[in-house]
Design a binder for this molecule. Structure first.
Ligand code: SAJ
Length: 420
């Protein structure tokens, strides 16, 4: 079996590697030449624990190589990006281009799988019309399915193998064929359904989480107004056997939760909860800035922000709410800013000039320190030293992460998002 993976990003590359590691001949195609050059040298340009070692191994064993043209193959897996347009609809340009390219090489007996997160109906409305032009009989000559990835960045290698997988075929035969393909490395259960259902499942999984976080964020704001501690409310409410309130915070980032719900909204004729939840989460950086403005009377005060990635212990800044906060501070206020993140190289940011290499440098002379991301590395900071360096000993913890009693003993005033 030969598999071609089109799109070697956060999902395509690890998927290609897992097939190759299990003895399949895999070629990977990407429009980005840097990705291909790196791959053929056994290198990667993204961060994901364990991926680098595996890439080296399968490239050395000649089971995986990068190619700059799509050719003949038994299986085609499309995992290209589906970015979001200004009007919050899915941009299907790359999916269309990839499918057009595959349609020039697909032949009787081949399998086509779409993995990219897409609006419900994509296989029927976009993929099938393109593949039909080949004259091949869909579901009989060629087998087509949607199979979403469900892996958590930072745990991709493990979750690709262990998570259950959905396969939505255009017919049962297609779903069965695709199941055989993924059975090569998937140890979780594989469930079969139709393509539109699988497309909706993928979006709904992330929407479920986004809506629940919006509920937690609304609770946090309400508690701030009413003089209640939302974190205590959550802890105690979650003692109920059927309640699981999520964690409030400065907003929702990443390319999944912050984007996918819109792909349902664009197809909805009626419905409000999904859109409103997105808006509540998108507005959290505005709430954080409002809190800062209430605290800081001096319009030229210095703010030190710790953590800018979209979640802890990774370098990924896609849709990061802290980046939105920084942009607003820079565009709309005269505050001075200093930023630190142990995972992000400042050269990857447009805020290179205000990013510093150490927490000490960031907090020196600051009127407030904002804990933006709960990186584990921030747990054991030298707060004695930080207290000496700051102009005003005030910490705004947006994640309920730091040890408040300890901080208060050291003379810090602590503002906690969600505590009124
Ligand atoms: N967040 C909160 N409160 C919470 C949980 C998360 O504010 O209680 C925030 C995080 O800080 C972060 C954002 O949400 O900014 C998203 O983080 P995440 O850890 O919830 O999820 P992602 O985006 O890294 O990965 C999600 C996962 N989906 C689900 O758990 C349903 C993953 O399994 C998917 O494969 C991935 O999206 C994807 O690619 O779609």
């Amino acid at each position: 079996m030969k598999i071609t993976v089109i799109g070697l990003g956060y999902i395509g590359l690890p998927t290609a590697v897992m097939f190759a590691k299990n003895g399949v001949d895999v070629v990977g195609y990407d429009v980005n030449k840097k990705v291909l050059t790196a791959l053929n040298q056994g290198e990667i340009i993204i961060e994901e624990p364990g991926l680098k070692e595996l890439v080296k191994e399968v490239v050395n064993n000649k089971k995986l190589r990068g190619v700059n043209e799509i050719g003949e193959s038994d299986v085609f897996i499309v995992s290209v990006p589906t970015p979001i347009n200004e009007d919050k609809t899915a941009n299907m340009k790359y999916v269309k281009q990839a499918t057009e390219s595959v349609s020039k090489h697909i032949k009787k007996g081949d399998i086509f799988v779409l993995e990219s997160t897409s609006p419900p109906g994509t296989i029927e409305e976009i993929i099938l019309p393109i593949l039909s032009k080949t004259g091949l009989n869909i579901g009989e000559d060629i087998f087509v399915a949607y199979s979403p990835e469900r892996v958590l960045p930072g745990r991709v290698i493990q979750e690709l193998v262990e998570n259950d997988r959905l396969i939505g075929g255009v017919n049962e035969k297609s779903a069965q064929k695709v199941k055989e393909v993924y059975s090569v490395f998937v140890k979780g259960n594989i469930y079969l359904t139709d393509s539109k259902t699988a497309e909706m499942c993928k979006l709904m999984e992330n929407t479920y989480r986004d809506v629940n976080i919006a509920l937690a964020n609304e609770l946090a704001i309400t508690c701030e107004e009413m003089g209640i501690n939302a974190w205590e409310v959550i802890e105690l409410s979650n003692k109920h056997p059927r309640v699981n309130i999520h964690q409030p915070g400065p907003g929702v980032g990443g390319h999944c939760l912050a984007v996918d719900p819109w792909f349902i909204v664009e197809k909805q004729k009626e419905g409000e909860i999904i859109r409103m939840s997105r808006e509540i989460n998108d507005d959290m950086p505005i709430h954080v800035l409002k809190t800062l403005k209430n605290i800081l009377k001096n319009k030229k005060a210095k703010i030190a922000i710790l953590g800018i990635s979209y979640k802890p212990n990774i370098d990924d800044m896609r849709e990061s709410p802290i980046i939105k906060l920084i942009d607003m501070i820079l565009e709309k206020t005269n505050y001075r800013l200093s930023i630190h993140d142990p995972y992000v190289s400042k050269f990857n940011t447009k805020i290179e000039d205000i990013m510093v290499d150490s927490v000490e440098e960031a907090v020196e002379g600051a009127d407030i320190m904002v804990l933006g991301v709960n990186h584990d590395k921030y747990r054991d900071l030298d707060f004695d030293k930080i207290a000496d360096l700051m102009n005003v000993k005030h910490i705004y913890d947006t994640r309920n992460f730091l040890d408040q009693q300890m901080l208060e003993k050291l003379g810090f005033e602590v503002t906690l998002l969600g505590r009124g």
